[in-house]
Design a protein around this ligand. Structure first.
Ligand code: AMP
Length: 209
């Protein structure tokens, strides 16, 4: 099954995708994670996207589409995948439809107040990408990853100025994808205010129902 996760930044797509991946046995492909990995490794792509990402703006469509096209051609994506953070514009969705058949677009629905709360409290482990929240999902020891023992960091784009910009970008460029996939009969709206386990259960029901 080829699934797209839609919804604003901070709605829990990455957290739930990690659970959904185990449930469905297909890879979780997050364009944000791929970009962050490239930045960490100092690649040419990483250098190109670092300042764009830190500001909360979008990486150009052509760069992102090529990255995803290449990733979907890998053997592990042959039996399905979960796309997280892609597509983010109508142009990306149209490009995707030329090389992939999407079975469902799951939209995480969450209020703006809750989004800001989640993003500003989010902390990650840089090497593994594991996601925490200082209130709702804290690590066992404050500021430290449970498994690697590394210090947790706040993403540059989770700082207040960048959060505001990301939400504006979401409204202007990404929210139109909801109607786009609705028009194709693929949209499944999910209440994303529940716990990750409950959101997972709602998604599985929507996909199987
Ligand atoms: P995310 O981890 O999905 O919140 O993405 C973090 C940042 O990576 C975004 O704010 C963008 O700068 C960049 N990014 C991720 N996915 C895309 C995409 N599909 N198109 C353009 N930029 C993206």
């Amino acid at each position: 099954m080829n699934i797209v996760l839609l919804g604003p930044p901070g709605a829990g797509k990455g957290t739930v995708a990690a659970l959904l991946k185990k449930e469905l046995g297909v890879p979780h492909i997050s364009t944000g994670d791929i970009f962050r990995e490239n930045i960490k490794n100092g690649t040419e792509l990483g250098r190109k996207v670092e300042s764009i990402m830190a500001s909360g703006a979008l990486v150009p469509d052509d760069v992102t589409v090529e990255l995803v096209r290449d990733r979907l051609s890998k053997a592990d994506a042959a039996d399905g995948y979960i796309l997280d953070g892609f597509p983010r514009t109508i142009a990306q969705a149209e490009a995707l439809s030329s090389f992939a058949d999407i079975d469902a677009a799951v939209c995480f629905v969450l209020s703006e107040e809750e989004i800001v709360k989640r993003l500003s409290g989010r902390r990650i482990c840089k090497s593994t990408g594991r996601i925490y929240h200082i209130v709702s999902n804290p690590p066992k020891v404050e500021g430290i990853d449970d498994e690697t023992g590394e210090p947790l960091i706040q993403r540059d784009d989770d700082k207040p100025e960048a959060i505001r910009h990301r939400l504006e970008v979401y409204e202007a460029s990404t929210a139109p994808l909801i109607s786009y996939y609705e028009g194709k009969g693929l949209l499944r709206n999910i209440d994303a205010s529940a716990s990750p386990e409950d959101v997972l259960a709602s998604i599985l029901k929507a996909l199987r129902g």
